[in-house]
Design a protein around this ligand. Structure first.
Ligand code: HEC
Length: 155
């Protein structure tokens, strides 16, 4: 391939890279759209700032905001062409509170971890909600303290 042929290929890639690096700044509203693309250092800093946290409170509100999208409104789960979202309704694995708390904290295969975006109290609340709704009747509620005990020990 000649240099003449390469130029039109490289240029769109550079433009795409510049656009991508500007996206996080746009999302945060800190940089005007017309501003120059961020440097690599700025780009890295934009990701390593304080991780976004969910501000919603209360088990049901948290469930509706986070979990419902995958586990559905009544916890019945879903089977789609490409994925399987297990039912939480009548799920025997919710019998012990530690299991769902660890799944919410650390994720599980296709489920993303929420441990950095939720406080101990928020995890306790949303787990208590799913363990006492959708036909589940596990009365031994988790507390923020019991969730904190499941967190990895700080070095
Ligand atoms: C992006 C989609 C998604 C979201 C959001 C999500 N989950 Fe999940 N969840 C999954 C998938 C997929 C699995 C199955 C993982 C596997 O076993 O492969 C799962 C598994 C689970 C399990 C384990 C079920 C079992 O039978 O082992 C629990 C408990 C659970 N999720 C609770 C929650 C709660 C509570 C929330 C909200 C805080 C939540 N999930 C948010 C996708 C999601």
């Amino acid at each position: 391939m000649t240099a003449f042929m390469e130029f039109p290929v490289i240029k769109p890639v550079l433009i795409a890279a510049a656009l991508l690096s500007a996206l996080p700044a746009l999302a945060q509203g800190t940089v005007a759209p017309a501003a120059a693309p961020m440097t690599d250092a700025q780009l890295v800093a934009s990701f390593s700032g304080s991780p976004s946290r969910f501000t919603q409170q209360g088990g049901e509100t948290l469930y509706r905001s986070i979990c419902q999208a995958c586990h559905m409104a009544d916890g019945q789960g879903a089977k789609t062409g490409s994925g399987m979202f297990p039912a939480l309704a009548g799920n025997p694995k919710l019998a012990a509170g530690a299991y769902p708390a660890l799944v919410v904290m650390n994720g599980l295969h296709g489920m993303p971890p929420f441990g950095h975006q939720l406080s101990d109290a928020q995890i306790a609340d949303v787990v208590n909600f799913v363990r006492t709704h959708f036909g589940n009747h596990h009365g031994d509620a988790l507390t923020a303290q019991s969730v904190q005990a499941l967190r990895p020990a700080k070095p």
